[in-house]
Design a binder for this molecule. Structure first.
Ligand code: ADP
Length: 414
């Protein structure tokens, strides 16, 4: 059944246009006949009536075609019927005109032959055009089906008319975006899995050693001296796990954007000298030289001192940890172009180019510090980056293996 109610606006619009075209065409033709053929007024009236009638019949046929062509399912059938109706309307119009003009039977038959020939050619073109359109539409349909099956690398060849080529291009763009989004989602899923593995590994090792030590104490296997040693180690393990969980909490807050900074006007110079002072004994135990200098004046500016102290602690702590005995660790701070730069360099073991790309990723530990004895959980730099970026700043690292590393972070002076 044809849904006339749904088609009503289209039919009305086409009907209105047809009326304008038929009237306009008839008036122009009569005007031309008057000026060009100098036809008498009586003939002009008849011509007008005839043109209006034949135009109205043609327009009705077109409107009927629009209504009925909705029932034709294929594009090919719709286009062929459109050409066919065009040819039929032309033939009927010309034959009727011929009859009115009292053409001889011979002339009429000849005219009919010519018309059938042109009609056939028109229909052939219709079929050819519909075949071209069909091919492109089929290609798009196949592409969409492949994508729906999960073959996101599918692309279609842009071709055919301008609009269809544009559609194919939009289709390909959509496919590229889908592929990228899917790859990102897969990467995130992989990162999440790795994170869970890393967290469980980092908690399982100290928990296992805690269990062994508590068992040794409760079973009475450990003597008094060993018990004291175990208790000290247990304290260390608990401290390690507390630190790890705090780091994880901080990282998750940074990731989710839930971290609230508490900025205040403070002196970075004072914060640096306090941090250096607090790390002196740690560096001293490795006979390292810990040196700090402020170039020029750094005015007080707004930042969260606790968080920036955390950044300084993480970077200086790493420098101490990854620099051998008697090494030199240098901190320089200066103000330039609306930013304060803090540069921390050491002459320690350095970082390989492959590691350098990833050290700011959570749980990433350099090749040499994979064993727990020589390194932390691999969260220090991820947290430092998160905190610096939360201040609107940035952080980077440069290093040469065997020569040392330089970490630089910059904070905007607001
Ligand atoms: P970790 O807890 O392992 O120190 P970080 O996130 O602080 O974790 O650092 C990640 C990795 O970067 C470390 O495992 C180490 O390999 C490398 N690294 C960081 N700072 C330095 C440094 N100053 N010298 C050499 N390697 C460093």
């Amino acid at each position: 059944m044809i849904n006339i109610r749904k088609l009503q606006p289209v039919l009305l619009k086409t009907g209105g246009r047809a009326l304008v075209v038929v009237l306009g065409g008839a008036i122009s033709a009569v005007g031309l006949a008057a000026v060009w053929l100098k036809a008498p007024a009586d003939d002009l009236g008849k011509l007008f009536l005839y043109l209006i009638t034949s135009g109205a019949v043609s327009a009705t046929l077109i409107i009927l075609w629009i209504a009925y062509s909705q029932r034709l399912v294929s594009l090919r059938a719709q286009i062929t019927v459109a050409y066919l109706s065009g040819a039929v309307i032309t033939i009927v119009n010309i034959l009727v005109t011929g009859r009115l003009m009292f053409l001889s039977a011979h002339d009429q038959n000849l005219l009919m032959l010519l018309l059938l020939f042109s009609g056939g050619i028109a229909i052939f073109f219709g079929l050819f055009l519909s075949e071209q359109l069909n091919r492109q539409v089929r290609q798009l349909t196949q592409g969409a089906t492949e994508i729906a099956r999960g073959k996101l690398e599918t692309r279609v060849l842009p071709g055919g008319s301008y609009e269809l080529a544009q559609l194919a291009q939009a289709f390909n763009q959509m496919a590229v975006q889908l592929e990228t989004a899917f790859a990102t989602q897969r990467e995130m899923e992989q990162a999440r899995k790795e994170l869970v593995v890393a967290i469980s590994h980092d908690l399982r090792t100290p928990l296992a050693s805690l269990r062994l030590m508590t068992e040794a104490i409760t079973d009475g296997v450990a003597d008094e001296k060993q018990t004291a040693l175990f208790l000290e180690r247990m304290h260390g393990e608990v401290q390690y796990m507390t630190g790890l969980i705090e780091d994880l909490f901080e990282l998750s807050q940074l990731d989710s954007g839930a971290l609230k900074l508490t900025p205040e006007r403070a002196s970075l110079t004072d914060l640096i000298s306090d941090t250096l002072e607090s790390l002196k004994s740690q560096a001293g135990s490795k006979k390292q030289t810990l040196h700090g200098q402020i170039e020029g004046e750094i005015p007080e500016f707004s930042f969260d001192p606790r968080k920036i102290q955390r950044v300084l602690n993480n970077l200086l702590g790493n420098a101490i940890r990854y620099t051998p005995e008697k090494g030199i660790i240098n901190l320089t701070a200066r103000q330039q172009n609306g930013f304060v730069s803090v540069i921390i360099s050491d002459n320690g073991e350095g970082i390989s180019a492959a590691d350098l790309e990833q050290i700011f990723e959570p749980f990433y530990r350099g090749e040499r510090s994979r064993g727990r004895e020589s390194g932390g959980a691999g969260l220090g730099l991820a947290i430092a980056r998160g905190l610096v970026e939360a201040h609107g700043g940035h952080i980077n690292a440069q290093s040469q293996e065997g020569k040392g590393s330089t970490f630089t972070f910059e904070l905007p002076i607001k």
